[in-house]
Design a protein around this ligand. Structure first.
Ligand SMILES: [Fe+2]
Length: 378
C-alpha cells in the first residue's frame, strides 16, 4: 500500500495524478487529496521525525525510488505490444541448438526474391529441383517472397493493374511452393526473414492509410508467411545468424552490394544476401592467431549476393534495355563450430531453346521452358 509520501514523491517526479492512480489502482481524486496533504506535511518531515527513525524513512524513500525506476523503465519502451512481436524465434532457437549438435557441416539453401505473383515458375522449379537433390537442413524463404506491388505508395501502378487482396493474390502460389519443399525435402526446416517488399511497403501502406488496422494486417501477414505453420517466421528482422555466417535479405543494391553488405557487418561474417537480384561473390582474407600452435590462420570470408527467382525483367519494368538482373539461388555449407562457411552461389543460365540451366558439382540441372504465371508486361 502506497503512503501519502510515496504518492507525493511520484508526483514530484513528474507523474500525473491519473498515472499514479492507475498504477496503484486508486481514484485520481483520492491521489490529488493525498498528494496535497503530504505536501503540507513535507516541510516538517525531517523536523517531525525523531532521529532514530530516519533510517526507516530513508529506507522507505529508497523503496519508492526503486518503484519509480521500475515505472520509468516500463515507460521507456517506445512501442506498444503488437502482432509484430508474434514470431517463431523460440522454435528457431531450439532448431539452432539441434543444428549445433549435429556432427557435420549444416547445409542451407536460399530462395531469395521470388516476388510472387511475379515469380518465374521455371526458375523456382529449378531451385526446387536443387532443394530436393541437396536436401538442405535449412531453406530460407521470405526475403522478398512476395512482390506486393499493389501496396507500394512509391511506384505508380498501371491503371489496369487488377485490384486484388494482395495477400490472397499470392497465398495459393506460396503455399504450393512450401508444399513442394515439404514433399521434396521432408526433414528440412523452412524459415522466413523480413524484407523490404513486405515490411517497408506494408508499414508505409499501414502508417499512411490505415494505421488502426495495422495489427490485423500484420497478423494476417504472419499467418500467410507461416503457410499453415510449416515455415518458421523470424519477424521483421531481416537477418539470421548461423555461427560465422549471416543470411540476410540485404539492403545494398549499388555497384558492389556484396562488399557493402560485408562492410555493414564489420567484415566479420560470411554474408549471403538477396535484394540486388544480381549474382556477385567476393572473398576477403582474415587472420586468426592460434596461440597453442604459434601460427596465424589465414582464412577466407565470402560475401555473396544471389540471383533472384522472379521474372527478368519484372512485370512493371518498361525500359527493358537496362536489365542487369540474374536468376539463381545459393547452397551454403556452415561449420557451426568453426570459421569455415562455404557459399556455392548458383547462377541460372538461360539457353536459347528456352531452358534454364544450373550447375552444382558434377550435377547439371535443367528446367525446360515452363508455362509461367499469366502476367502482362509493361
Ligand atoms: Fe527483391
Amino acid at each position: 500500500m502506497a503512503s501519502d509520501n510515496d504518492l507525493l514523491l511520484m508526483h514530484n517526479n513528474g507523474y500525473s495524478a491519473d498515472a499514479i492512480a492507475r498504477h496503484f489502482n486508486l481514484r485520481a481524486d483520492s491521489v490529488r487529496g493525498r498528494v496535497s496533504r503530504a505536501r503540507k506535511r513535507a516541510g516538517n518531515l525531517i523536523q517531525d521525525t525523531p532521529p532514530d527513525e530516519w533510517d526507516k524513512v530513508l529506507e522507505e524513500l529508497a523503496q519508492v525510488r526503486a518503484q519509480l525506476k521500475a515505472m520509468q523503465d516500463a515507460d521507456a519502451s517506445m512501442y506498444e505490444p503488437s502482432a509484430r512481436d508474434d514470431t517463431d524465434w523460440d522454435k528457431w532457437e531450439a532448431e539452432y541448438q539441434r543444428l549445433r549438435r549435429l556432427n557435420r557441416m549444416i547445409v542451407v539453401q536460399t530462395m531469395n526474391d521470388m516476388h510472387i505473383p511475379d515469380d518465374d515458375h521455371q526458375a523456382v522449379d529449378l531451385a526446387l529441383a536443387i532443394n530436393a537433390d541437396v536436401q538442405p537442413d535449412i531453406t530460407i524463404l521470405g526475403s522478398d517472397a512476395f512482390d506486393f506491388d499493389v501496396l507500394s505508395l512509391k511506384y505508380p501502378r498501371m491503371y489496369n493493374r487488377k485490384r486484388r487482396d494482395p495477400f490472397e493474390e499470392v497465398r495459393g502460389r506460396y503455399d504450393d511452393i512450401v508444399s513442394e519443399l515439404r514433399e521434396g525435402n521432408p526433414r528440412g526446416t523452412l524459415i522466413a526473414l523480413g524484407d523490404n517488399h513486405a515490411q517497408v511497403r506494408g508499414e508505409n501502406f499501414i502508417n499512411t492509410l490505415i494505421p488502426i488496422f495495422g495489427d490485423r494486417i500484420t497478423a494476417d501477414y504472419n499467418e500467410l508467411i507461416r503457410s499453415q505453420n510449416r515455415v518458421l517466421w523470424l519477424g521483421w528482422q531481416q537477418e539470421v545468424y548461423l555461427h560465422k555466417a549471416i543470411f540476410e535479405h540485404g539492403k545494398k543494391a549499388g555497384a558492389n552490394p556484396a562488399m557493402a553488405n560485408f562492410k555493414s557487418h564489420g567484415e566479420s561474417f560470411t554474408d549471403i544476401s538477396g535484394h540486388a537480384h544480381r549474382w556477385q561473390t567476393i572473398v576477403t582474407i582474415k587472420q586468426h592467431w592460434m596461440q597453442e600452435q604459434r601460427r596465424m590462420l589465414y582464412y577466407p570470408l565470402m560475401s555473396a549476393v544471389t540471383g533472384c527467382l522472379q521474372h527478368v525483367p519484372p512485370h512493371y519494368i518498361t525500359d527493358t534495355k537496362a536489365i542487369n538482373s540474374t536468376q539463381g539461388c545459393a547452397v551454403v555449407h556452415v561449420n557451426m563450430h568453426g570459421l569455415d562457411t562455404h557459399v556455392q552461389n548458383i547462377l541460372f543460365h538461360p539457353r536459347e531453346d528456352g531452358s534454364l540451366v544450373a550447375v552444382l558439382g558434377k550435377q547439371v540441372y535443367m528446367q525446360q521452358a515452363a508455362v509461367s504465371a499469366v502476367r502482362k508486361a509493361g
